[in-house]
Design a protein around this ligand. Structure first.
Ligand code: DAH
Length: 346
């Protein structure tokens, strides 16, 4: 190699360093010129063939080339290292995104929250009561005769002679009226307990939502019906309707059972509504004067004078509404915490 050729190679190698697109390309340049079989070691090896008088100059230039190339490589390596720190994650925007398991609300919680939101729009607030109740609140004040079968030990979980796991959310009516003068306008969601054998539609522990509206201004059965009709439409869809059937409950007079029109067949009759077009949802009625009398006795005043107050009450099972709304065929699915079931509402 002549001196002129050496200068050309010098310039080319430094140019290749500048053109290397990444650290791997740079390493290829290094190997090509400085590696064991690289060009510079080869040039040094053939020094002996250079004419004697040119040799010092040739040696100096080759030395300068090596130094310049090493400096250029080091500088560029540093630049690549600074641009891509060693541990920085590589962002590949072509990868599909990762799915974060955000969890979802349980159907029972959904129905409770939706019910609270619907009734909030009608001026109802949410009230709460304990799972352990007194005989008075759960039965006596609700005008349940002393020997009513529902009080039997085969139906109710008694803790003592006086304390029990509440069989309904209705006792919260009594708690509410005992503490607050009319008007009261509440719904009360909560757990309820009965000695029921578990099957597809029964559970010993389930949830109810109770509603109570008592005022000194007239409140009628028609108000109850329009309120529940609004609830049905909001909960089940705008085509849902309600109907009342005469019934009996000790704490309401008159009492009704409330049916929603079947949301599956829109009332024409199907398996879900047993071909009737209607699904039984709630119990309801006008608060019985005997209930007010018990409340007044507990309060020690006449705030709920049966001649002066008007009120309605209703109560329904949360699981039942959830099963109908979401098409869940077995109540046990609501308690098994099977992710395959729960994830479907995510
Ligand atoms: N507590 C009743 C039950 O568990 C449901 C019910 C019926 C509640 C009529 C009411 C009502 O407030 O007025 O079956």
């Amino acid at each position: 190699m002549t001196l002129a050729e050496l200068d050309v190679q010098h310039a080319r190698s430094v140019g290749e360093v500048a053109a290397a697109a990444d650290a791997a390309a740079l390493e290829q340049v290094r190997v090509r010129y400085l590696g064991r079989n690289g060009l510079i070691p080869a040039v040094v090896k053939q020094m002996k063939d250079v004419p004697q008088e040119e040799r010092p100059a040739f040696g100096k230039r080759a030395q300068a080339w090596r130094a310049a190339l090493e400096a250029a490589l080091a500088e560029r390596q540093a630049a690549f290292a600074a641009a891509a720190p060693k541990d920085a994650p590589v962002f590949d925007h072509t990868l599909p995104g990762r799915w974060f398991a955000a969890g979802s609300k349980h159907p029972v919680s959904r129905v409770i929250e939706e019910t609270a939101a619907i009734f909030a729009r009608l001026g109802f607030s949410v009230a709460d009561g304990p799972d352990i109740e007194t005989r008075f609140n759960n039965f006596t004040a609700l005008n349940t005769p002393a020997h009513h079968p529902s009080m039997d030990a085969s139906d109710t979980f008694w803790l003592t002679d006086d304390l029990l796991l509440r069989t309904q959310t209705s006792p919260v009516q009594i708690r509410m009226m005992t503490r607050h003068a009319p008007p009261v306008r509440i719904i009360t969601p909560g757990r309820t307990y009965r000695r029921d054998t578990t099957d597809a539609t029964h559970s010993a522990n389930f949830h109810q939502i109770e509603g109570l509206y008592v005022d000194t201004a007239p409140v009628s059965l028609a108000d109850l019906k329009s309120t529940l009709a609004y609830f049905a439409k909001e909960m089940m869809g705008s085509e849902a309707g309600v109907r009342f059937r005469p019934h009996f409950f000790p704490f309401t007079e008159p009492s009704v059972e409330v049916d929603f029109s079947c949301h599956m067949c829109k009332g024409s009759g199907c398996r879900v509504c047993k071909m009737s077009g209607w699904i039984e949802i709630a119990g309801a009625g006008m608060v019985d004067p005997r209930v007010y009398e018990h409340v007044n006795r507990a309060r020690g005043d006449e705030a709920y004078d049966p001649a002066k107050v008007y009120g309605y009450a209703f109560g329904f099972g949360v699981e039942r509404v959830a099963m109908i709304k979401y098409g869940i065929p077995d109540i046990r699915w609501l308690y098994e915490n099977d992710m395959r079931f729960l994830e479907q509402l995510a």
